[in-house]
Design a protein around this ligand. Structure first.
Ligand code: SF4
Length: 325
């Protein structure tokens, strides 16, 4: 095991794109593949609404991101890398990044945009300039990614912390995006062990009114009541606070579904038809518990890719906790 992979293991760094997969296992898997070509991707697609931490890192700490990529390039032989950015980040930061990259084998790549572009098989499809539809897994990108070569895909924040670990400056922190009905919205770096309550308190964002929060993504995050905030912020680490008196749950659910309908690729029936049927029910405010649960079950269990599955947690938690369906 290379020195940096041992350090990643010791620090127990989990991927910061939402899935929380152990970083050292991904790096080791790509390192162990026998291939004369390998790729590394720092994923800055950040298509999840209300998540801004990758953009924040590229803006404020680009040197640390590139240092993290350098470590991966050194650990994984025969590799070159991409910094994969959503369009607005690409426009804003490409020149600054290119200057810092110099002669390193790292390309700054503009994705075409959209939520689905952050899904790891879609990252491969975009870079290959292939049709923009997710691939079946397995094989995973670590085995057969870009042009079927082993490909390490980690979120930008993960590379940032790989560099901090190598420098001995990592104390189990992570980035949180805080938005919604709060006084001090923004991106904050705090302990990964902080509860939602700690985070809101520490950033002077804990409301003095009845609220609920959408945690882990502004579309796919779960609803957490103000009586449940003694828990960690999961997923992408975003917290969107909603004043319970002033928020129409149906309107919010409609917004999520419009987003998912606009972002899905129409490849599979459960996601294409399921989101449409759910949106119809919610628009008419006529929710049959049985039909609603059936649609959620189908989306969760039969969608081809993560997007269809991600529709479920916000709707299920909102319907159970707020609408009491
Ligand atoms: S789940 Fe949605 S986004 Fe994923 S393949 Fe099916 S239609 Fe496309």
């Amino acid at each position: 095991m290379s020195d940096i992979i041992t350090k990643l293991k010791k620090a127990n760094l989990l991927g910061r794109g939402g899935a929380a997969f152990p970083t050292h296992l991904k790096w080791q898997m790509v390192k162990d593949q026998k291939s004369d070509t390998k790729y590394i991707v720092a994923n800055g697609s950040e298509g999840e609404p209300a998540t801004q931490k990758d953009g924040y890192i590229v803006e404020h700490y680009p040197e640390t991101l590139i240092q993290g990529l350098k470590l991966a390039l050194d650990a994984i032989e025969n590799s070159s890398a991409f910094i994969y950015l959503r369009k607005d980040y690409f426009k804003k930061y490409k020149n600054k990044l290119k200057k810092l990259i110099g002669d390193l084998p790292i390309e700054v790549f503009a994705e075409k945009g959209g939520y689905l572009s952050g899904e790891e098989t879609m990252v491969c499809q975009e870079i290959e300039k292939s049709i923009l539809r997710p691939r079946h897994k397995p094989p995973f990108p670590g085995q057969a990614g870009i042009h079927d070569y082993p490909t390490l895909i980690n979120n930008i924040e993960t590379f940032y912390y790989a560099a901090k670990i190598a420098e001995g400056k990592y104390n189990n922190e992570r980035f949180y995006t805080i938005l919604g009905d709060v006084k001090n919205p923004g991106v904050y770096e705090l302990s990964a062990k902080a509860t939602i309550k700690d985070i809101l308190k520490e950033t002077k964002n804990l409301p003095d009114f009845k609220f609920f929060a959408q945690v882990g993504g502004g579309a796919s995050g779960e609803i957490i009541l103000d009586t449940e905030i003694d828990q960690l912020a999961q997923g992408s680490g975003s917290i969107v606070v909603h004043n319970q008196e002033k928020t129409d749950p149906y309107e919010l659910m409609s917004e999520w579904l419009q987003f998912f309908m606009a972002q899905n690729c129409d490849k599979c029936t459960p996601c294409r038809e399921g989101t449409y049927r759910l949106a119809e029910m919610i628009k008419n405010k006529e929710i049959s518990k049985e039909d609603f649960e059936d649609l959620l079950f189908t989306l969760e269990n039969t969608s081809f890719c993560a997007l269809g599955k991600m529709v479920v947690p916000p709707l299920r938690t909102m319907s159970h906790k707020i609408l009491k369906i």
